[in-house]
Design a protein around this ligand. Structure first.
Ligand code: AGP
Length: 361
């Protein structure tokens, strides 16, 4: 990197951007949500319709990633049939089959995304089991859905969504907790876990220097692949989106095992690999990294839930997490820092990335 670029990056790193401020607001945002929705007797202060057998989650961009994390959670941990949909794809459909026992959850920070509102309009014609999960009271989405849930993240100025995405992901877990209670499933331990999230976020903040060090490496690459599995795969997609939006590095997320089925051909000396490694996908990681380390020697990054994974990689951040919820929120914050710090090093305007707008009409 040339000297001018380095000087520019020092200059930018001193400035406090909205994105940076919003990242650091996240523990407080979750505290606020806890106050609004979790009562001292562990009841959840959310109104849901009766007889929910299935869940459909519809959204765009980062909100879609929250939706997909949630869909995985509903299926894997609660055995409820759940699916996420891109709002833009729903809005193009001529015919939509609506199931009367499905809860349709529409997620949007702004509540004014045209595709999401159009999808709500189409589905509202056929069912009133619609719920708007939004950060914006009195937005079109909020007013149009039968059930409403505010995320209380406060105004989000940066185009890259950080605190709003965290807030909506947290709120969907509260919907999950409420459903556990309605279905007489044990919910107390899960709610205790959710109450720990502000602490997980504060701990993640202390790891910024480790991730910033890797940002200096990532910016030297043209491309990156992010690998993860299960409900962490949509998290990898969120990380890829955040890095693309702020740093314009070409980052693509892949499910870890699927990467070995041909996609691995994209590896070369100009492609870094970032992997989220937890118990479920460690068996694939060794194969991928054997290939990376033997053939390309790129400076890749592993974020691991435990320190004892078998891969030899110089950039490993072990976060010793005790639960999937902890791994999820910690990794989400670390990836936000990676996006922010990479963009700063590259002297990009993180609050107003080129060609993007906060609300896609
Ligand atoms: C996120 O960083 C993006 N700016 C973008 O993908 C955004 O999440 C998407 O356009 C949806 O916006 P919404 O949540 O306001 O509907």
């Amino acid at each position: 990197m040339n000297i001018l670029k380095k000087l520019m990056s020092v200059f930018h790193s001193k400035k406090n951007t909205s994105m940076e401020k919003e990242i650091y607001e996240q523990a407080d945002v979750v505290f606020e949500i806890i106050k609004k929705y979790i009562n001292s007797d562990y009841s959840i202060n959310i109104e849901l319709p009766d007889e929910i057998e299935c869940i459909a989650l519809i959204a765009s961009g980062s909100s879609y990633h929250s939706a997909t994390i949630a869909a995985n959670f509903f299926r894997e941990k609660m055995h409820i049939s759940a699916q996420s949909y891109y709002a833009s794809e729903i809005s193009l459909m001529d015919r939509i089959d609506v199931n009367k026992n499905t809860l349709y959850i529409f997620i949007s920070q702004s509540g004014e995304t045209t595709d999401t509102n159009k999808a709500l309009e189409l589905i509202s014609d056929k069912t009133d089991k619609t719920l708007a999960l939004t950060n914006t009271k009195n937005s079109t989405l909020y007013k149009s859905a039968k059930y409403k849930l505010l995320t209380y993240a406060g105004a989000e100025k940066a185009i890259a969504s950080t605190k709003a995405m965290t807030a909506q992901t947290y709120c969907i877990f509260l919907i999950a907790a409420k459903l556990m209670q309605l279905k007489f499933m044990p919910a107390r331990d899960f709610i205790d876990e959710l109450l720990n999230v502000p602490e997980y976020i504060n701990t993640a903040f202390t790891k910024r220097s480790e991730i910033s060090k890797y940002a200096n490496t990532l910016v030297e690459y043209d491309n990156a692949a992010i690998l993860a599995s299960g409900m962490f795969y949509p998290l990898a997609k969120e990380a890829a989106l955040k890095i693309k939006e702020t740093s314009y590095i070409n980052v693509t997320a892949y499910p870890t095992g699927e990467f070995l089925h041909g996609h691995i051909a994209i590896l070369n000396k100009r492609c870094a690999v970032i992997a989220f490694v937890n118990n479920i996908n460690s068996k694939y990681i060794n194969k991928v990294f054997a290939n990376v380390n033997n053939n390309y020697k790129t400076d890749s990054l592993i974020i691991a839930s435990k320190p004892d994974i078998l891969v030899e990689e110089k950039n490993i951040i072990s976060i010793f997490t005790s639960s999937d919820i902890e791994f999820l929120f910690t990794t989400l914050i670390l990836m936000q820092f990676l996006a922010l710090d990479s963009a700063k090093i590259l002297s990009k305007n993180v609050d107003k990335p080129q060609g993007l707008s906060k609300i896609v009409k």
